[in-house]
Write a protein that binds this ligand. Structure first.
Ligand SMILES: [Zn+2]
Length: 389
């Protein structure tokens, strides 16, 4: 890979022909049309997030005469370039010069580029950027791209995969799943966690359709001219969960619905009954893990481990142990009620506390409380054998 350092390109030249696409949330072109700011392997523009502090900081730096850091261009043809690293900074500059956002002046008032004094405008327009032009094979560029951090915000796993497998498929997939203007995003956000522009939705869709083998799937489908399978699988999962669970709870976005869909989608459910069960379990103070409620119900309300039910505390255990053991000694029986009625040698055994576990007399699943009156101690073997809570 050949690199050339350019030190004479100014902000004014970069911003000549700058276009910002509001719909897709990205800067597109600059340098009189010779520069593509967001090639398909690039991430979406994220500097406007968090109230725009990052994009304002870029402008402040220029006004103070601070360096903006190295910017890398990839030379794709004679006089044609793509931004390899620096897209966020260039987009910030372009957006400011086009009056897309304001910075604060010394009095704290918002100041747009067009309302600045001419000398300050020129300070920005005449600022020179430090640019490396890289000339190399696509694979070299992509390998290299994979190893760098972009302007202080490292690429996440999915952004890297988008860079490595860039092509028609990624472009189409991003139009659907990485586009914050997509009206479906609102509905999807009930079941998918994360940020649209940081590729979390795309990652989720790919994870579901590929059963977790995202890289392999992207490699196989890299040159596909459509994303039908990706979209229809994603819609099947979302359609299934939203018809089975008719109410939306915040914990739902933390679940791997792709796996649950694969496991349970061919079983019939009554959505009204499920909704009542969800509401009941949400109101049950013994349920510690609310996100386990959905799989617990899908699986027929059997696996109480998913709910991480609240267990008896040490004080309760000690107190019950003392009463139970005293009584057992008086009757010359084992202090484990199950051992006491058995025929083995443990019939009269007095277990020490560390070898016993607390158990619900009436199981939680049958309405039993996690309260002292519903607590008994069993030896570890019998408690394990009893199994359910
Ligand atoms: Zn026992």
């Amino acid at each position: 890979m050949k690199t050339t350092l350019r030190t004479e390109i100014t902000v004014a030249e970069i911003c000549d022909g700058f276009v910002y696409n509001e719909f897709e949330g990205k800067g597109l072109f600059g340098l009189s049309g010779k520069l593509t700011i967001q090639p398909e392997y690039q991430r979406n523009y994220i500097y406007a997030a968090d109230g725009g502090k990052r994009e304002a900081a870029v402008i402040e730096s220029i006004l103070q005469g601070y360096p903006l850091g190295l910017i890398y261009f990839n030379k794709v043809a004679e006089d044609k370039f793509e931004v390899l690293d620096g897209q966020q900074r260039i987009t910030s500059i372009g957006r400011f010069v086009k009056d897309k956002f304001a910075i604060k002046d010394s009095g704290g008032m918002p100041q747009y580029f067009s309302s600045m004094a001419a000398d300050k405008q020129n300070l920005i327009l005449d600022a020179k950027l430090l640019i490396y032009e890289c000339d190399g094979q696509e694979s070299e560029i992509k390998d290299w791209f994979k190893t760098i951090n972009i302007a202080g915000v490292p690429l996440n796993e999915q952004e890297l995969l988008n860079a490595v497998y860039s092509g028609k498929f990624v472009t189409l997939a991003k139009e659907t799943f990485s586009n914050s203007q997509n009206a479906n995003t609102q509905k999807w956000s009930a079941y998918v966690k994360g940020s649209v522009i940081r590729q979390d939705y795309l990652e989720c869709a790919l994870k579901w359709v590929s059963k977790g083998e995202i890289g392999q799937y992207m490699s196989t489908h890299r040159n596909d001219a459509n994303i039908h399978e990706l979209v229809s699988y994603f819609n099947s999962v979302i359609g299934w969960v939203s018809s089975v669970f008719i109410s939306v709870e915040s914990e739902m976005r933390l679940l791997d619905w792709g796996r649950l869909y694969e496991t349970y989608h061919d079983q019939p459910y009554n959505p009204t009954v499920l909704a009542a069960s969800v509401a009941r379990l949400y109101g049950d103070s013994y349920v510690k893990n609310r996100r386990g409620i959905f799989e617990y119900l899908l699986g027929g309300s059997k696996d109480t481990k998913l709910l991480e039910l609240r267990i008896f505390d040490d004080a309760t255990k000690k107190s019950v142990y003392a009463t139970q053991t005293q009584k057992a000694k008086a009757q010359e029986k084992s202090n484990c009620p199950h051992c006491a009625i058995g025929h083995e040698s443990n019939k009269k055994k007095i277990w020490p506390l560390p070898e016993m576990d607390a158990d619900h007399v009436t199981a939680w699943s049958k309405g039993g409380d996690t309260a002292i009156k519903n607590c008994q101690l069993l030896c570890k073997t019998h408690n394990r054998a009893k199994g359910n809570c």
